[in-house]
Design a protein around this ligand. Structure first.
Ligand code: GDP
Length: 366
């Protein structure tokens, strides 16, 4: 599955957030650095109102949301790129994820130690980013020597990847993350960049962990982070990990009352999960029937057979065509039969690029 890695300095609230996300005590929150040693992975349902509307129309017995994974990654400290703290472990774990959720401490609390001794989330972000950039710089500088040599010898593979490597190296030498290359990148270049598996080429979402009182409004710290993120073209979510861990223990009615009292419309985690989903460049398609209505995930740009393959590998191998109804048509017309009568149920073939919200029915050979 698709993975978002939760990273940040020790004691910023990563484990608290992860626990709330997965509603388990698997990642123990504790007031000391290095408490999260093993990477913990949790599968999380993606909140999406569309699925219950589809299920109501299709009169489905079951409603099954789609899911993404969050990984709680061991605390990073200054010097990690030189193997300090759990540095090497941290870098190895972060290589495995598709996107980074970077938690920043924006709450004041004298009882919770800050590793740098002061609350300054923009500087914390810089500390973490610097470690990632140093690790990338070191690994690129090491690898590029060989590639340059092979490129001089007209080695085809080396000639293909060298320009991307040089661009990435130039950015890192200028203390900038490789992520900046992602903006408007061509598909072939993106594949090359991914192949380099650099830490700072992964998309980032900043999570500002604020105190309960600031959850609805944000505070000066979170505003500073938002400004920094905007300059990088990154997104931000303001959340109170403390509130989220409370809500995680309540039933739906209690949770609603609690949110109202806090002046919040929905749990911050719902926003976080949706933003994480967007960060991974994922879209949702649906299958609907009396047994179940279900949401499924594919990468944006996937074609119909790949979507079929998410459900079952046999569906992909034997793919013939996909009856496809846009979500808007499905809901406004009132379901499959009506959509067919209105000519809104399209028969799509192998080359069809799946659109977010498509309600699909696959025809395949076995
Ligand atoms: P991690 O090291 O980043 O995983 O941080 P933890 O989730 O273990 O949290 C470290 C300490 O900060 C724990 O004692 C938490 O209870 C506390 N903490 C986490 N989030 C908040 C918050 O939003 N407000 C306050 N006051 N304390 C928090």
């Amino acid at each position: 599955g698709f993975k978002c890695g939760i990273v940040g300095l020790p004691n910023v609230g990563k484990s608290t957030l992860f626990n709330a996300l997965t509603k388990t005590a698997a990642a123990q929150a504790a007031n000391y650095p290095f408490c999260t040693i093993e990477p913990n992975t949790g599968e999380v349902a993606v909140p999406d109102e569309r699925i219950s509307r589809i299920a109501a129309i299709a009169k489905s017995k079951e409603v099954i949301p789609t899911r993404i994974n969050f990984v709680d990654i061991a605390g990073l400290v200054r010097g990690a790129s030189k193997g300090e703290g759990l540095g090497n472990q941290f870098l190895a774990n972060i290589r495995e994820v598709d996107a980074i959720v970077h938690v920043l401490r924006c709450f004041e609390d004298d009882d919770v130690t800050h590793v740098e001794g002061r609350i300054d989330p923009v500087s914390d972000a810089d500390t973490v980013e610097t470690e990632l950039m140093l690790a990338d710089l070191e690994s690129l500088e090491r690898r590029i020597v060989q590639i340059r040599k092979r490129a001089t010898g007209k080695d085809k593979e080396a000639l293909t990847i060298l320009p991307m490597m040089e661009q990435a190296l130039a950015l890192l030498q200028d203390s900038k993350p490789v992520r900046l290359l992602l903006d408007g990148i061509a598909a072939e270049d993106l594949a090359i960049l991914k192949g380099l598996n650099l830490l700072t080429s992964k998309p980032v979402l900043y999570v500002c962990n604020v105190s309960e009182d600031d959850a609805a409004t944000g505070n000066a710290h979170s505003e500073a982070v938002e400004k920094m993120a905007a300059q990088q073209g990154a997104r931000t979510v303001v959340i109170s990990a403390a509130i989220e861990s409370e809500i995680a223990q309540l039933d739906d009615v209690e949770a609603k009352d609690y949110l109202d009292a806090m002046g919040l419309e929905e749990p911050g985690l719902d926003r976080l999960i949706r933003e994480g989903y967007g960060l991974l460049n994922l879209i949702t398609f649906f299958t609907a029937g009396p047994k179940e209505s279900r949401a499924w995930t594919v990468r944006r740009g996937s074609k119909a057979p790949q979507a079929a393959g998410v459900i079952h590998t046999d569906f992909e191998k034997g793919f013939i065509r996909a009856q496809t109804i846009a979500y808007g048509d499905y809901v406004s017309l009132g379901g499959e039969t009506a959509a067919k009568e209105a000519g809104k149920a399209r028969d799509e073939g192998k080359e069809y690029v799946v659109q977010d919200g498509d309600v699909m029915l696959f025809k395949f050979n076995v």
